[in-house]
Design a protein around this ligand. Structure first.
Ligand SMILES: *Cc1c(COP(=O)(O)O)cnc(C)c1O
Length: 397
């Protein structure tokens, strides 16, 4: 045996660079359930890092629905949707989502990521143009790249800049105008009314990724299209079943024609196995909860207002957030990671986020409250932010 040099050893240089910059992260491991107070890495912490906005990951109705579906239908679908893996429960979920979102049809994907990437890459070709907010989600960027369309990025929420881009393009060229409904790092809302008007004026396909808005914004959690009164003006809506809905998956909502097209052309739909029955059943139960218990969404917003006001009165920079996602922006990447680490030692889990996920000078700790946090838990977290913020010189007094 000759010793062989690891052909992947060059990756270590990259990891070393991350270590040097204080940006190296290990995976925190959750023991037990995803809850507002959870045990990560053997430490009990107030959990401000999940996307479990409504606490549905552990809701009894979802849990029972998943268990029941597993007993009746087994643990897997056994195939991709287009061969033998379309179960009645998948169709039921899609019918329920379509009615909920007030659209003709819905197709469910394995995740929000594959919904975006699969849809953008299916709808566009290399002759087309994507006009995209600079802070749109990675899955939109990847879908755009896969489509080989020309990608034109406009500054965050800047509809005037988007207009300039559209004016520069030939009228005959096919264009997709695309924005997140809620931006995942800043918690602000996409410029939907302005962008929908532009899409109509310039004949663009209008697409909104409502991953962080599903279950959070609009009546019963119908999303930002409902929040802004844009029904009928967005051609392609993407939602996720992985965040507020508490399970896993993504979906595209739109016309029957769009959905039938995606059945034939969206590669994650065609080439990757469909959800286990338990996941589909849990998602159907989640829609029941949104329709029957909208007060949990009210609780989410009460907690959001309370916590955001608390951070601001400490003197922390919460940016432009309009949602339960509230960043605490500190600037330097290493400082953000230090703040996150110290908070964790003090019993608060809020993820540090730095370049390349956010701009180099906009590093932050991101907080997400849920409907199920108690006031005591939120007070405890605010006190820790105050203490650690002063210790690290982020707060002056
Ligand atoms: C989380 C997220 C996704 C991906 O959703 P998953 O279901 O987790 O794959 C897509 N878009 C945005 C804006 C997101 O925040």
């Amino acid at each position: 045996m000759t010793t062989r040099l690891d052909p992947l050893s060059f990756l270590d240089a990259d990891l070393d660079a991350l270590r040097q910059q204080g940006l190296y992260r290990h995976l925190r491991v959750l023991e037990g359930e995803q809850k507002p107070s959870s045990t990560f890495d053997q430490r009990q912490v107030v959990n401000l890092s999940s996307n479990n906005y409504l606490g549905l990951t552990t809701h009894p109705k979802l849990r029972e629905a998943a268990l029941d579906a597993t007993r009746r239908l087994g643990v897997g679908s056994g195939s991709v949707r287009t061969i033998a893996g379309t179960m009645e429960i998948h169709m039921e979920l899609e019918r329920r989502l379509a009615a909920f979102k007030k659209v003709e049809a819905v197709v469910v994907f394995q995740s929000g990521f594959t919904a975006n990437a699969g849809t953008v890459s299916a709808v566009l070709t290399k002759d087309d143009v994507v006009v995209s907010d600079e802070l749109n989600h990675a899955s939109i960027i990847d879908g755009s790249r896969l489509s080989r369309a020309t990608i034109k990025v406009f500054p965050h929420k800047d509809a005037a800049a988007a207009r300039k881009v559209l004016e520069s393009l030939p009228a005959s060229q096919r264009k997709l105008l695309i924005t997140d409904g809620v931006f995942s790092m800043d918690g602000d809302l996409g410029a939907l009314p302005e962008l929908c008007a532009l899409a109509e004026e310039f004949g663009c396909i209008m697409m909104v990724d409502d991953a962080h808005a599903s279950g959070v914004f609009g009546k019963n959690g119908r999303g930002t299209i409902d929040h802004f009164g844009m029904h009928g003006r967005v051609d392609i809506q993407v939602g996720t079943l992985s965040k507020a809905i508490g399970a896993l998956g993504g979906y595209v909502a739109g016309s029957k024609m769009l959905i039938e097209y995606l059945y034939h052309r969206a590669r994650p739909f065609l080439f990757s196995t469909s959800h286990p029955p338990a996941t589909a059943a849990a998602c159907i139960a989640a829609i029941d909860v949104l329709e029957q218990e909208p007060q949990i969404i009210d609780r989410l917003w009460e907690n959001t207002r309370f916590f955001k006001a608390g951070l601001q009165s400490l003197g922390l920079n919460t940016g432009l957030s309009e949602s339960p996602i509230t960043p605490v922006i500190v600037g330097d990447g290493a400082l953000a990671m230090k703040l996150s680490d110290r908070l964790f030692e003090e019993g608060v889990f809020a993820q540090g986020i730095a370049f390349p996920t956010v701009a180099r000078d906009k590093a932050r700790v991101r907080t997400i409250v849920t409907a199920t946090h108690t006031r005591d838990q939120l007070q405890f977290a605010l006190a820790a932010f105050g203490r650690v913020g002063r210790e690290l010189g982020i707060l002056k007094h």
